[in-house]
Design a protein around this ligand. Structure first.
Ligand code: KG4
Ligand code: ZN
Length: 348
């Protein structure tokens, strides 16, 4: 069976066709993955402008879906279902994908499968590497989320912890902005950090040991917090009388990145130890980070823990992962009613 996936939760319009293999260890293959990025539009404003994003999704969606079908060599008759990101994300952006998916599923008489964006990121690991040894710890690090999940069986995600304030990607974007580096900040900071001294600037790490009043079911000690770190970078930059030199900017990037990556790696391995995990996966936009990849692999080697990442293309937002997660849900019998609505704050 082939499924069409549609993703429009933020600033990428994406459509993809994924096919089932029948092999339980490697359940899906990618037939096409088309991504229209809006980065050049939002860069001018230093971040994603929601109204501009939804308008651009409307312009792009038909062409993106047509190309995904064409590249897969598929017609609507070849599909078994349509999967779409229902949330979380920007509501105006989500609505474009949801409306398009509902209309096309109805017209082609196909079942519609609602997908949680983070389930998509988690399944990008399976798309890329096949089923990981379970139980697995999955760290989802993106522009909107930083969370740890325990996966004990395929398709079941148990939330262990999350960020109390900024997401890691958001912190990258804000630090890049205050250094005057442009948008999106993650890849730029990652690149500049390679030429910097990661001990040059002393920045704080946060360890939260108390439970979150907003989420009493979580213990809290595996939680994340990045807003203090961002403020510390801001104070350091403001505290300087003269503009930072290129080398100093690289040093700030490297020092900031060291703190972020250290926290992410330590929490993921703490969670793995606590839950006797047999593997660790890292997904979401920030999983493209070169230092996070290197440090996770290095720790994994030392502790004999298999570490999984998606390919760089599947790290940031894409519809392939939505199609894969959609296939999994479809096989569990989950389909959406015709009045499916987008949900900006959907929980997993
Ligand atoms: O998953 P994603 O594409 O969208 C969301 O669901 O949020 O993640 C985008 C985030 C942005 O904050 C971006 O700065 C960050 O991922 N990012 C990176 C890198 N590439 C993308 N952060 C650090 N290093 C990178 N190489
Ligand atoms: Zn994402």
């Amino acid at each position: 069976m082939r499924i069409l996936g549609i993703e429009t939760s933020c600033d990428e319009t994406s459509a993809a066709v994924v096919e089932e293999t029948g092999d339980p260890m490697r359940p899906w293959v990618i037939r096409s993955n088309v991504i229209a990025s809006q980065v050049s539009i939002h860069r001018e404003w230093g971040g994603v402008v929601p109204e501009l994003a939804s308008r651009q999704h409307i312009r792009d969606i038909c062409g993106v879906v047509e190309r995904a079908m064409e590249e897969a060599g598929a017609t609507w008759r070849d599909l078994g279902a349509v999967a779409v990101t229902q949330g979380p994300g920007l509501v105006g952006s989500l609505l474009v994908g949801v409306a398009f998916a509902k209309a096309s599923a109805a017209a082609a008489r196909l079942p519609l499968v609602p997908v949680h964006h983070l389930a998509g990121h988690i399944e990008s690991l399976v798309l890329q590497n096949g089923e990981p040894p379970l139980p697995a710890i999955v760290l989802v690090v993106s522009g909107g989320h930083t969370s740890l999940y325990l996966v004990q069986e395929p398709g079941r995600y148990e939330l262990l912890s999350r960020t109390r304030d900024d997401a890691a990607g958001e912190a990258y974007d804000k630090v890049a902005k205050l250094l005057g580096l442009g948008y999106p900040g993650g890849p730029i900071v990652d690149r500049l950090a390679r030429g910097g001294n990661d001990r040059a600037v002393a920045l704080p790490t946060t360890r939260l040991t108390h439970a979150d009043r907003n989420a009493p079911e979580l213990k809290g000690d595996l939680d994340f917090s990045f807003s203090g770190l961002k403020t510390a970078v801001l104070r350091y930059v403001r505290g300087r009388d003269v503009a930072l030199s290129e080398q100093e900017i690289a040093d700030v990037c490297a020092s900031f990145q060291r703190v972020v990556v250290t926290v992410l790696v330590n929490r993921a391995f703490d969670a793995a130890r606590r839950h006797h995990a047999k593997s660790i996966g890292v997904a979401g936009g920030v999983s493209a980070n070169s230092r996070l990849r290197a440090d996770m692999q290095e720790h994994g080697r030392l502790r004999e823990m298999p570490i999984f990442f998606p390919s760089l293309q599947l790290s940031t937002d894409n519809a392939t992962m939505i199609a894969a997660a959609g296939l999994r849900k479809f096989r569990e019998g989950i389909v959406a009613p015709a009045d499916l609505n987008a949900d900006a704050a959907l929980t997993l």
